[in-house]
Design a protein. Sequence first.
Length: 275
Amino acid sequence: MTLVVTMLASGSSGNALLVRYAETALLVDCGLAMRAIEQHLRFVGMSPTALRAIVLTHEHGDHALSAGKLARRYGLPVVCNSATRAALEHHLDGVTVEELPISQRASLGPFDVTSFLVPHDAAAPVGYCMTVAGVTLGIAVDLGSWTPDLVTRLRAADLLVVEANHDRARLTAVGYPLAIRRRIFSPLGHLDNVQAGTLLAQIGADGRTRDVWLAHLSERANSPRVALKRVQGVLDQAGVSALRLSVLPRKAILAPGKLIVWQSDTRLRQMDLFG
Ligand SMILES: [Zn+2]
Ligand SMILES: [Zn+2]
């Protein structure tokens, strides 16, 4: 059986990732309007009631916008840590919350899910490693810096979803107010392209082949072309050649053949052949 990861949205206007294995599906972040999430699930032939859980990285609106609403409407549990739950306050009223303490493991259907703290200006923001049938998805979006522990954890991943938020020069040039720039640049803000490349170079230093989705690109202060070029440049300089980069668009295109999907069977087989 195959782990299938589908990108529904990525960026400051909304984040959601659909993770499926056999009959079990998880929605990682729910930062779109409920109607948009319903529409996306319908497009991939899934009812929201088939979701095992909505798994949240943190409480910011671009990640948690309709989590409570969707969970209430379809009777779905939300998985998050206690600080994120507290920060979401009444948004989770009436919702079953399955608390996953930071750095602990939970079984969600066949998925073995571990969370780990990421440095970001939210209550207790986390990344996740989700393992099923020997394949691991690693997620670290919305982080301003990282720790050696994060590198170690993400080394387990076959598919990495990592933020490359902005190009530093562009962010300075686009004229955001100083306070916003300071927030984004801070160790609790967002990774720029070079930082993302440096993190990936550390993860990829072990030489293992992995796929990487560069996520959460700023609309005004980055572009897919620039992100790819800068991150690849850092990897080249570091002599890391086994990572295969793609850039996530801000929104999924709901048309046949246009969805961004990663499937463990084909990707891992290709890696064996060409990696
Ligand atoms: Zn975000
Ligand atoms: Zn955030």
